[in-house]
Design a protein around this ligand. Structure first.
Ligand SMILES: [Cu+2]
Length: 107
């Protein structure tokens, strides 16, 4: 009696992708925004909280179609110098590179 054991390769494509990290916000779509790092995108929103020293600003941003983001409130990193003069409640427009704000101004 013979047993032929055929090991069939090629079935190893288990395309399971766990979200890399849980972000502080719960915007599901945003866990996928690693891709557009090269391109800058414009956004608009309202400042909810700001910490100039830490270089952090929380913005209730409107949908950003270029990135496929829906509207949400989230924290962004920014150069502290760019955040000077801003305060909570300000309506702002900003430029993103990845998830970092590289320019921001009051509207
Ligand atoms: Cu967001």
């Amino acid at each position: 009696m013979k047993f032929a054991i055929a090991l069939v390769g090629g079935l190893a494509l288990a395309a399971t992708q766990a979200p890399a990290m849980a972000q502080s916000h719960d915007h599901g779509a945003h866990s996928g925004h690693a891709a557009p790092a090269a391109a800058n995108a414009q956004g608009q929103g309202v400042v909810k909280a700001i910490d100039v020293r830490a270089g952090s600003v929380t913005i209730a941003h409107e949908p950003i179609k270029a990135l496929n983001w829906g509207a949400m409130t989230m924290a962004f990193k920014a150069d502290p110098a760019a955040l000077k003069g801003l305060s909570a409640g300000d309506k702002v427009s900003f430029t993103l590179k990845g998830q970092q704000i590289v320019a921001i101004r009051k509207q």
